[in-house]
Design a protein around this ligand. Structure first.
Ligand SMILES: Nc1ncnc2c1ncn2[C@@H]1O[C@H](COP(=O)(O)OP(=O)(O)OP(=O)(O)O)[C@@H](O)[C@H]1O
Ligand SMILES: [Mg+2]
Length: 387
């Protein structure tokens, strides 16, 4: 691997460059893929165009210094993370110290170089670059993965939402239709009773208002896709989400208990993503309660904790079957699921975790198998709006 390592060397002295060539070769032949420059300008041009694994710079250069070139390297996109080794003259140790402070990887005093130490430093530098590169790739991969998870999970809960909304709209629509049919029949039969008709209008308006409320809720979810931060309260977010679960919870006999502390702070956060997190937690609670006999309860509580740091916590606890001890440290992993068939993708909690931690918050879980499962979201003080 190190044999193909790309190294750029810059020294204005041809003789010094020859020595460097020799040192780089060590006891191997052409150990590295190295290029050599005496002109700072030419070297800078190459640094802009190619990515290197290590860059070796002389400190004393015509019209510039190795440190100035180092600063230049930090501004490039290809080599900002490339380790730089500085070669200084005797008596330039102070400069070397300054260079190290600024982030130069290593330094050597010319004329005083131990070949073995020099080679080892280069090997370390190459390894460091390798690791940095790998980390960069892993981070990019993780980001893509998270984005995919958020949108997949969003799709799933959009389905939930659509079903909930359709059901809610169906009821007022039938009321409107039924009353209009009655009025039409009256008209055709020529039996218009104004006092009866007057009684119908409030019913129609109430039904229309109901549909309006549902549409407003749907709009909130639609807008949330833009991922914008807004000032909002945790109770508002919660109500938006519960709206879509109400009917399902009722149908399956799930009692929802709310216990909120007073004076909860207003938060400034990504509302849509937070709604997504709650959607996922309710989905899990519902999945667990659905297959359990006896009383089904979800307790939602929220409060402020002041130590060690100030935070707003929101707990969603269900008295379903809970989580097995051996699963507790796996449930936040993407694609971990205990649900059979196509019932779960294992994404809900990993998305919740990604969203909340990216806000600087935390997600805690507690459970006793066979008794309950509880998830607590912790929103840090930096999201509070001062009032
Ligand atoms: N409230 C809960 N009660 C019991 N088990 C839970 C609860 N919440 C999560 N789990 C466990 O954690 C696992 C992972 O949850 P997660 O939400 O990440 O995925 P999923 O629900 O299986 O699938 P998806 O959310 O993608 O539909 C679940 O399969 C389940 O075993
Ligand atoms: Mg889930």
């Amino acid at each position: 691997m190190t044999e193909n390592a790309r190294i750029l060397c810059l020294d204005d002295s041809v003789i010094e460059l020859e020595i460097l060539k020799h040192q780089l070769r060590g006891d191997k032949n052409n150990a590295y893929n190295a290029v050599f420059f005496t002109s700072p300008e030419l070297a800078k041009e190459k640094i802009l165009q190619n990515e290197y694994d290590v860059i070796i710079l002389d400190y004393q250069l015509p019209g510039t210094t190795g440190l100035a070139i180092y600063d230049f390297i930090q501004t490039t996109s290809l080599n900002a993370k490339t380790p730089v080794i500085m070669m200084t003259g005797e008596g330039d140790e102070n400069i070397a110290v300054e260079a190290m402070k600024r982030g130069v990887f290593d330094y050597f005093v010319k004329g005083n170089i131990n070949n073995h130490t020099f080679q080892r430093s280069i090997e370390y530098a190459i390894r460091k670059k390798d690791l940095a590169k790998k980390k960069e790739q892993d981070d990019a991969q993780r980001k893509i993965m998270q984005m995919k998870m958020v949108s997949q999970s969003k799709l799933a809960s959009m389905g939930e939402m659509a079903t909930g909304a359709a059901h809610e709209i169906f009821q007022p629509l039938s009321v409107i239709r039924g009353n209009l049919e009655l009025m039409e029949m009256d008209l055709e039969g020529g039996e218009i009773d104004p006092s009866e008709w007057r009684g119908i209008f409030p019913v129609l308006y109430r039904s229309i208002d109901k549909i309006q409320t549902i549409v407003d809720h749907l709009k909130v979810f639609g807008r949330s896709k833009e991922n914008q931060k807004v000032e909002t309260s945790i109770t508002n977010i919660l109500e938006n989400v519960l709206f879509f679960w109400r009917e399902k919870f009722e149908k399956d006999g799930v009692r929802v208990i709310k216990e909120f502390a007073e004076d909860l702070p207003v938060l400034y956060l990504e509302k849509g993503e937070t709604e997504q997190v709650l959607m996922n937690l309710f989905q899990n609670a519902h999945d667990s309660l659905k297959i359990k006999d006896g009383e089904r309860e979800i307790t939602i509580s929220a409060g402020i904790k002041t130590t060690p740091g100030m935070e707003l916590w929101l707990e969603i606890k269900d008295n379903g079957n809970g989580i097995r001890k051996e699963h507790l440290d796996k449930i936040f992993e993407p694609f971990f699921t205990t649900k059979e068939g196509n019932q779960g993708m294992g994404l809900g909690l990993s998305v919740a975790y990604a969203v909340i931690t990216s806000m600087g918050g935390k997600v805690d879980v507690e459970s006793e198998y066979g008794k309950y499962a509880s998830f607590t979201l912790r929103f840090p003080e930096k999201l509070f709006i001062q009032q």
